[in-house]
Design a protein around this ligand. Sequence first.
Ligand code: RP5
Length: 171
Amino acid sequence: MSTPEIGVLMGSISDYDVMSAGLRVLRDLDVNYEVSVMSAHRSPAAVAAYASEAHERGLRILIAGAGGAAHLAGTLAAHTRLPVIGVPLVASSLAGLDALLATVQMPGGVPVATVGVGKSGAVNAAHLAARILALADENVAGNVDANRAGQTVKVGNMQTELEEKLAADGL
Ligand code: RP5
């Protein structure tokens, strides 16, 4: 088993269903990852320890998903110089706007690359991490390129589906 290059973190097990969409992307792109649950507010010492040791353990990029007052990604970034990608999640009546602002509005000098709210954000965090690794990993680069080409094929196939729907609806 190769050393994980991506550390994926979530603030609660209640984040799993959304964050697992990103894990599928990493798996399909043949990127080695590890997954942990820890909370900037509920287990702050664990977050600080994880981030402080991550680089030395061989991790290259951290992905952190959290909802509400989402400080997981920012707290990680405070304790490591590894690139951190933040995924704002929906966990309150504010529909993720709270998590988006908490994740994206970092003070200058402590960056968190913030993706969109929810599942598309989890997916794009994984794609972004893979694209960064692809700068120095030909295998991942080939998988990223193939995935991107596959997206274009899928849209092409939608034209056929669209024409079938138009015909069925007499439009
Ligand atoms: C955040 O609070 C977690 O990331 C989660 O999105 C949200 C709610 O957590 P639970 O109350 O469901 O454990 O820290």
